[in-house]
Design a binder for this molecule. Structure first.
Ligand SMILES: O=c1[nH]cnc2c1ncn2[C@H]1C[C@H](O)[C@@H](CO)O1
Ligand SMILES: [Zn+2]
Length: 331
């Protein structure tokens, strides 16, 4: 299989985890932000998480540097454009990018400006390349939740015009869903789709609750359901797709090593699975790499790959027209 040439779909990719290191340097210079180094390799080394981190919080500490230069409309637009450009150049045909507007208000941007800038960069790339996309608004659990309704409201004007879904990201405590039920309901009432990070560092019960309490239609990661029968059955019964991110899962110790990733077992048992990057820079990866790793580690056939591709199309938050177009790439 030529992994580069294969049509690919990425449903789980963070904007702030996928910034080009040279862009961090350019933007820091433009904005008079002092960096620890102006050497691209040294900046890259600061942005990439170790192959195995002690835990998820250590992985998440890699976002501070890129977030520091993502505080202007121009920087958000540029970084969004470049992410879609990078993905398009490796034959990603559809990309759902997520980020947390709450992290980009340090210089006084409004949530509306933040979201509009990211969407503008995406649309510019869509006009130039053979790629389509959408944005998911992530709420980070490490910040106070009182601003969540403002973020939800700020995205409403672009719903289904670049913005499609609500997510919860950040470290994962047991039982977190109980604290976010009203916010997820508010988002759904206003027309957002729902995907939630769960069962990554946390337990399978978190996945159960993300579906039953928050109404998640997709789960970010979800690997922990392998040890939780009720969550496993609910994912299957409700046809909830798992956004698996193999390299990231090894780095954050969601799984001990790639060979122990449950993606193949899930796939063979009819659990909807998708293959995604999570963070192109922080996880030092691409969709080509993630697909290669999964196919080679688990001996998947080309037919298996296209089945997973079709599952990604089905469970994406794209419009019916875009889904139809994406299906044309499937063999
Ligand atoms: O894998 C992840 N799990 C939980 N949270 C994550 C992961 N990758 C990135 N994030 C957080 C850090 C980012 O600043 C935030 C928004 O993209 O989402
Ligand atoms: Zn993630």
């Amino acid at each position: 299989m030529n992994y580069f040439d294969l049509p690919k779909i990425d449903l789980h990719c963070h904007l702030d985890g996928s910034v080009r290191p040279q862009t961090v340097i350019d933007l820091a210079k433009q904005q008079n932000i002092t960096l620890p180094s102006y050497d691209v390799d040294e900046i890259n080394a600061l942005m990439v998480a170790p192959e195995t981190c002690p835990n998820l919080p250590e992985y998440l500490s890699r976002f501070d540097l890129p977030v520091s230069v993502m505080q202007t409309a121009e920087s958000l637009e540029r970084i969004s454009f470049e992410l879609f450009e990078d993905a398009a150049k490796e034959n990603v045909k559809y990309l759902e990018v997520r980020f947390a507007p709450q992290l980009h208000i340090q210089n006084g941007l409004t949530y509306e400006e933040i979201i509009a800038s990211a969407v503008k960069g995406m649309k510019k790339a869509e006009a130039l390349y053979d790629i389509r996309g959408n944005y998911i608004l992530s709420m980070v659990k490490f910040l106070p939740s009182d601003t969540i309704p403002q973020v939800i409201d700020a995205g409403v004007g672009l719903l289904n015009q670049g913005v499609v879904a609500f997510d919860l990201a950040g470290s994962e405590l047991d039982g977190f869903s109980h604290d976010y039920a009203t916010f997820a309901q508010d988002a759904k009432d206003k027309g957002y789709r729902v995907t939630i990070h769960a069962g990554e560092q946390g337990c399978g019960q978190n996945v159960y609750e993300a579906i039953s309490i928050l109404g998640a239609e997709r789960i970010g990661h979800g690997v922990a359901i392998k040890d939780h029968e009720q969550a496993y059955n609910l994912v299957k019964d409700e046809d909830v797709a798992l956004e698996t991110c193999p390299s990231s899962n090894v780095q954050t110790k969601a799984i001990p090593e790639l060979s122990q990733h449950p993606i193949k077992a899930f796939y063979k048992d009819g659990v909807p699975v998708t293959i995604n990057t999570d963070n192109r820079t922080v996880s030092n990866t691409t969709m080509t790499d993630e697909v290669r790793k999964v196919v080679e580690q688990f001996g998947l056939s080309e037919e298996d790959y296209y089945q997973i591709y079709q599952m990604s199309v089905k469970h994406s938050f794209a419009s019916d027209d875009v889904k139809q177009a994406l299906m044309q790439f499937a063999k």
